[in-house]
Design a binder for this molecule. Structure first.
Ligand SMILES: NC(=O)c1ccc[n+]([C@@H]2O[C@H](COP(=O)([O-])OP(=O)(O)OC[C@H]3O[C@@H](n4cnc5c(N)ncnc54)[C@H](OP(=O)(O)O)[C@@H]3O)[C@@H](O)[C@H]2O)c1
Length: 359
């Protein structure tokens, strides 16, 4: 079994990483790591708030052996004590600590700190695995034995999966996207207040729109030598926060290069991702995209856990009446599963099998 450390283990994504790794056939949780605030406490005590209440947010029970593990501090944690590191901390500490870890050890990160570096791919399961080759260039450039492989922003996790078959078959000229994002996307600290979120919609998420407007082009770009050439289309986005626990919904309006019908789009989405599914990675779902004809779906509560939270649900595919070659649809992805912890686990599985060849 390969030993895993989760750095940022007390957060929402870290908790989801723990749950995703339970019973994993290749990986075992060996270290739980977080900030000075949690260090040297039993994990269960590090989860307590000022009132002593345990802030464990997964529906799964916290196993006793994990609850009793003593949390290590990220700044003094020894990366050579494990085989692979899951970094689920905030971008600030990630910027400083991930390169220190990567000198010796592969780091799979959900933080944005390294997403925009030219020698760093943003891997999304089944979409751009060929970009993994860039990690060898990163290792060479930086003299690292390990590497940093960041996940995408959670809002675009479903959008890029749905755009890929459209891009491959009809080309994409531009995308207009409006997101309705779940509260868990804001993390535990500082999190969102019930007074702000109950019976309300907040029309702004700090720092989110620039990520949504730039990451898909890199992910859907082409690896050319030692860099990725971004896909040449524009995206404009409005990102909103809605009173939903988990599951980011995106309303997408896509102008394609070639004309296509809603039936064409449905067909290419349904057929998409079979090669990737055949790799049989433990965290991969049987279908990357599930297309529904029910005009009332996708809905977060009903659809976010499809494929173990790793399937994107697309619905309401229809012709746009004003965009030339315009198609519009709604897509939904689980933000802390596909969009964060379990997506990172899937990336780790792919890299361990196909890049490092350790299993
Ligand atoms: N939530 C999502 O849906 C989602 C989706 C995709 C990506 N992400 C990204 O994933 C990361 C984690 O998000 P989250 O929602 O889990 O946030 P969170 O709930 O606020 O958790 C943050 C984690 O980072 C740790 N941390 C904070 N400062 C640290 C430091 N100086 N050194 C080491 N660890 C430190 C915290 O430890 P303490 O408890 O000890 O403070 C905690 O474990 C962020 O970069 C976020 O942008 C989140």
């Amino acid at each position: 079994m390969l030993k895993i450390a989760i750095v940022g283990a007390t957060g929402i994504v870290g908790q989801q990483a723990i749950v995703s790794l339970l019973g994993h056939p290749w990986f075992e949780i060996s270290k739980l790591v977080a900030s000075e605030r949690s260090a040297n406490k039993k994990y269960i005590d590090a989860l307590r708030d000022a009132n002593g209440s345990i802030r464990w947010w997964c529906p799964e029970e916290l196993p006793e052996n994990i609850a009793g593990m003593v949390v290590e501090e990220a700044s003094t944690f020894d990366p050579t004590s494990v085989d692979v590191i899951f970094s689920t901390m905030d971008a600030g500490p990630a910027k400083e600590l991930e390169p220190k870890y990567a000198k010796t050890t592969p780091v799979i990160s959900t933080a944005s700190a390294f997403r925009y570096e030219t020698d760093t791919p943003i891997l999304v399961g089944g979409v751009n695995m060929e970009h993994a080759e860039l990690l060898a260039i990163q290792q060479k450039n930086r003299g690292w034995k390990g590497f940093i492989s960041p996940k995408s922003n959670c809002t675009i996790a479903g959008l890029v999966v749905s755009l890929k078959p459209i891009l491959d078959n009809f080309g994409v000229k531009q995308v207009v996207a409006t997101s309705l994002q779940a509260m868990s996307g804001a993390g535990r600290t500082p999190g969102l207040s019930a007074m702000d979120m109950t019976e309300n919609v907040v029309p702004y998420i700090s720092g989110e729109e620039p990520k949504v407007e730039s990451e898909p082009q890199k992910i859907l770009g082409r690896l050319a030598g030692d860099k990725i050439v971004s896909a040449p289309f524009g995206i404009t986005a409005t990102c909103t926060r809605v009173p939903v626990l988990d599951g980011h919904l995106v309303c997408a309006f896509v102008q394609t290069e070639k004309p296509c019908t809603p039936e064409d789009v449905k067909r290419v989405m349904v057929e998409y991702g079979k090669d990737f599914a055949e790799l049989h990675l433990p965290s991969s779902p049987p279908h990357l995209i599930d297309v529904t004809d029910d005009p009332f779906r996708p809905q977060p509560r009903m659809d976010r856990d499809k494929g173990g939270g790793m399937t994107v649900t697309v619905g309401r595919i229809r012709k746009d009446p004003i965009l030339e070659n315009g198609i519009k649809y709604v897509c939904l992805a689980h933000n802390t599963k596909l969009g964060a912890a379990k997506g990172a686990l899937q990336t780790a599985e792919y890299l361990v099998k196909n890049f490092l060849k350790w299993v």
